[in-house]
Structure formats: structure tokens, C-alpha cells
Design a binder for this molecule. Structure first.
Ligand code: PXP
Length: 237
């Protein structure tokens, strides 16, 4: 069975909407672990829009599965990773104006920089994954710069508007995964995966881990709402 790592960024998004203490992504991470997930993922963005430094510090001490720190390949984040020592760092491209990570990392275009970043993190004992599109040049470059893993960007597949478009994106993912496997790269997948589109991927045995955030947090809000309302009504009664 492939592993599930739960991204708790959007618990922090709700907290930051009020700039108070709850809901705490650290508590959410503990509950996700109690439910059996295999890892916790947080993206510490340069603009700190959701996850905060304090979250990463505490999670490093409390996560009992694996902690994956998603981050841009910039000096500030590399220093934080070297200090915190997550089990894995997933390098992602980051733009301030984006709502979420929009595309894969351009490993081809930033070959030297990514190679140096991978080396620095690896020397600190951190496994490195590169978030890339299912593109053959990017996958080859990921191997060349010394990454342990790639995380194939499934956002285009998830965003497909028609069955034909979805089939095309699915085939690109399949080709990317088999290329990566033949190069000896280990493969994770993530972005935009939900309770429907994940079902098609589970047949691909090379996928080691699913990185899923938004759909799980969104579902948690809905499946939890009845209980939350009942508990408030009990107080009012
Ligand atoms: N993988 C990467 C590299 C991401 O940037 C994100 C979003 O933070 C995810 C996975 C999770 O995507 P989603 O929240 O759509 O499940």
C-alpha cells in the first residue's frame, strides 16, 4: 500500500484568518497521525501566509511519523531546514501572487542552483524531493542534480475539465513515473488530489506516497460540522 502524507497548511489558513491560536495545525497533525497517516507535510512559505515558523518547530518535536517540509529553494528556507532537520524537504517553485503552487520546479533552467541546494540539504541528512511536472527533461534533470525523489505535479490532471483532457494528463503522469523509475528516482505524487481523482492513480504501483492537503481539510470541515453545531447547541440549552 502506498503511503499518505497529510498537508495541514489549510488548517493554518483558517487560523491565520483570525490571527489567533485555533485551529492549530499541530493538533491537526497529531489527529491525522492517530487516524493512521504516514507523514505530515507543511509548506513554510516566504510570505508566511499559513504555516508559521513556530508550527514547524513544534511539529519537528511532535510528529511521530515523517515530517516533510515543502519549501522554496532559497537561502532562508535552506537554513531553516538545516536547523529543523525534517525527514524530507520538497523543493517547490514559489510566487507571492499565486493562490497555491502553480507548476513544477524548473530544474532544467536552474540546474546549478538546484544541484547546490540538493547537495546542501543532503549533506544535512535530509532526503530531497523535487516537485516537477511530468516532463521528461525535468525528470532527467532531477536525476542529474542528485534528488532522491521527485513528486510529480498532479495539478494539471486534477484540473482537467473533460475526460479526454484527464486521460491525456493521466498518460503524461504514467510516462513520467515509468521514466523516473527507470532512472532509479523514487516517486511521490501530489497537488489537487481528491476523493475521486486519486482512485485512478492507486493502480500505479511505483507511487510511494500521496501528498494530499486541501481535499482532506475541506472534507474534515464538512464531516465535522454537524458535531460542532450540536456541541454549541448543547451549551445554549
Ligand atoms: N504537493 C505540493 C508540492 C504542494 O505544493 C501542495 C500544495 O501545498 C500539495 C502537494 C498538496 O496539494 P493539495 O492541497 O491540492 O492537496
Amino acid at each position: 500500500m502506498a503511503r499518505l502524507s497529510v498537508n495541514v497548511d489549510h488548517v493554518a489558513t483558517v487560523r491565520q484568518a483570525r490571527l489567533i491560536q485555533e485551529p492549530d495545525p499541530v493538533t491537526a497533525a497529531a489527529l491525522a497521525e492517530l487516524a493512521g497517516c504516514h507523514g505530515i507535510i507543511v509548506h513554510l512559505r516566504e510570505d508566511r501566509r499559513h504555516i508559521q515558523d513556530r508550527d514547524v518547530d513544534i511539529l519537528r518535536r511532535t510528529v511521530t511519523t515523517k515530517l516533510n517540509l515543502e519549501m522554496a529553494a532559497v537561502v532562508e528556507m535552506v537554513e531553516i531546514a538545516r536547523r529543523i532537520k525534517p525527514d524530507m524537504s520538497c523543493l517547490v517553485p514559489e510566487k507571492r501572487e499565486e493562490l497555491t503552487t502553480e507548476g513544477g520546479l524548473d530544474v532544467v533552467g536552474q540546474h546549478k542552483h538546484i544541484e547546490n541546494t540538493v547537495r546542501t540539504l543532503t549533506e544535512a541528512g535530509i532526503m530531497v524531493s523535487l516537485f516537477v511536472d511530468a516532463d521528461k527533461d525535468q525528470i532527467q534533470a532531477s536525476k542529474d542534480v542528485g534528488a532522491d525523489f521527485i513528486e510529480i505535479h498532479t495539478g494539471h490532471y486534477a484540473d482537467a475539465r473533460t475526460q479526454k483532457e484527464e486521460d491525456t494528463e493521466f498518460k503524461k503522469i504514467l510516462a513520467g513515473i515509468s521514466q523516473a523509475a527507470s532512472l532509479g528516482l523514487r516517486v511521490n505524487v501530489g497537488h489537487g488530489l481528491n476523493y475521486r481523482n486519486t482512485q485512478r492513480l492507486v493502480l500505479i504501483s511505483e507511487i510511494e506516497e500521496y501528498s494530499i492537503g486541501h481535499s482532506i481539510i475541506a472534507r474534515a470541515v464538512l464531516v465535522g460540522i454537524e458535531r460542532a453545531v450540536r456541541e454549541m447547541l448543547e451549551i445554549l440549552q
